[in-house]
Design a protein around this ligand. Structure first.
Ligand code: FAD
Length: 432
């Protein structure tokens, strides 16, 4: 098969169909913007609580990062524990780490409750060290995490690493058995089905163009203009992640959209797949400009990375296919003759402090900033913020932490600095 610029996961998933002629209701309790994990998890929770919910999606269900990612359901946050402790103190760091573990339980519980067939499996993740000093740090990390969070990680010495991965370029590894893997497109499709069954209505090809404060029959709410008409909502929840746009300008200025790209090979012979990843882990390396990879449930190698910093377009996708194939062969020379069949890209959302942020600003609820850990955390934040909207007071350590914008306010939502950021990350990988 010739290389297709197409998302492999979409060939495996069936999405719920929605009625393109359905008229918008006049009034809803909650308008949700975005139909990825964040928006759909919120819609499901709110629907189950009896709220009337309309989910607006400018493209189709799960069109954003939620159908395009690596399907790695990971523990931990992008920032290390040391950095978290110095920024937020030990207690809040403990809560954040606990939330990262709870977010995986949250995905598992929804998958089981809603009967979502997305190959969810607690296969664990493996981080591999690209330098000796990265490996030396694993021992320290594992000790801190065991003592402070009572969570066990396993350090794998270089001499034992062949039990985990069929590559000999790394200096050792760190395994967390709690992490999981799934088929992300099937998961988001199933989550949409669960939200619909909970009573939420999803409107596809319904771009939200404007949100304005408005009162109606004495109640304060929001007038929402979409490409399919207008609706009045008591509350608004924004889950637009790396695709956050000008309709929420304050949020747009705080989110950096970063491109990430993936290739998948043809289905590999079973023995070769077993050699490359004997324990079928979700794997990523220790660089800033990192590679992440795994086997798909049908036995392809899925290999991803930030091959270009810019979000996906024809040019960045084509170029990524070459760069990623080269990277894949450096890791696994055994794949030199394997055909690459699919390449695609998607956009991640990074906050300037590389942390998730959620809560309410100027009256609008939001959850964003997952920095490549969104399969679990987006699902979790959608649920937690929905509970908050329903009047509960759930523990959520990401609410209320400072949400910085660009230094000196030098960012208007157009990421002019991405080539610089890309170069900076490469420099960091040489020196750190
Ligand atoms: C290539 C890639 C690989 C990744 N790998 C992993 C991984 O292995 N593990 C992991 O944990 N995370 C990973 N991530 C990150 C993860 O996919 C995201 O964090 C997560 O999907 C975010 O979900 P979301 O619902 O917040 O946003 P999205 O899924 O991006 O959904 C946002 C939606 O909002 C819609 N939208 C935007 N503006 C409007 C508007 N005005 N009106 C209506 N709709 C609008 C968009 O069309 C989009 O569908 C990866 C991301 C990418 C791109």
């Amino acid at each position: 098969m010739p290389l297709k610029a197409h998302n492999y996961w979409l060939t495996t998933a069936e999405f719920p169909t929605t009625d393109p002629t359905l008229l918008l209701p006049e009034v809803v309790d909650v308008a949700v913007i975005g139909s990825g994990y964040t928006g759909l998890s919120a819609a499901r929770t709110l629907g189950k609580r009896g709220a009337s919910v309309a989910v607006f999606e400018s493209e189709t269900i799960g069109w954003g990062a939620s159908s395009r990612n690596g399907g790695m359901v990971l523990t931990g946050l992008k920032l290390g524990v040391g950095q978290l402790k110095s920024k937020y103190g030990p207690e809040r760091t403990r809560q954040m780490y606990a939330a990262s573990l709870a977010s995986i339980d949250c995905v598992e519980q929804i998958v089981n409750e809603a009967g979502i067939e997305c190959n969810f499996s607690r296969c664990g993740h493996l981080e591999v060290a690209c330098k000796q000093k990265h490996f030396d740090d694993y021992q320290r990390q594992a000790e801190i995490i065991a003592v402070e969070f009572n969570h066990k990680l396993r350090v794998v010495a270089r001499s034992e690493l062949h039990q985990e991965i069929g590559s000999n370029i790394y200096f050792g590894g760190l395994v967390d058995e709690t992490s999981a893997g799934c088929n992300p497109a099937r998961y988001v499709a199933g989550l949409a089905g669960a939200a619909i069954r909970a009573g939420a209505k999803i409107y596809e090809h319904a771009r939200v163009n404007a949100i304005a404060r408005d009162s109606r029959q004495g109640g304060l709410g929001w007038k929402i203009a979409t490409s399919r008409g207008q609706v009045w909502a008591h509350e608004v929840f924004v889950g637009t992640s790396g695709y956050t746009g000008a309709v929420t300008p304050a949020l747009q200025k705080k989110i950096i959209p970063l491109g990430s790209f993936i290739i998948t090979t043809e289905v590999l012979p079973r023995a070769l797949a077993q050699e490359l990843s004997p324990r079928n882990r979700m794997i990523y390396d220790s660089k800033n400009y990192l590679y992440y990879y795994r086997l798909t449930p049908d036995g392809r190698m899925l290999f991803g990375g930030r091959a270009a910093f810019f979000p996906e377009n024809d040019q960045t996708i084509r170029r990524s296919a070459q760069l990623l194939r080269r990277g894949m062969i450096e890791v696994f020379p055994q794949l030199r003759d394997a055909r690459v069949e699919y390449v695609w890209g998607g956009t991640l959302d990074f906050a300037f402090d590389v942390m998730p942020h959620a809560g309410q600003a100027d009256g609008i609820y939001y959850a964003v900033g997952y920095a490549g850990h969104g399969v679990a955390m987006a699902t979790y934040q959608g649920q937690k913020i929905a509970q908050m909207m329903a009047g509960d007071n759930p523990e959520n350590p990401f609410v209320g932490i400072p949400f910085p914008g660009a230094p000196l306010g030098l960012y208007n939502g157009k990421p002019w600095f991405l080539p610089l950021a890309g170069a900076w990350y490469k420099v960091l990988d040489w020196v750190s």
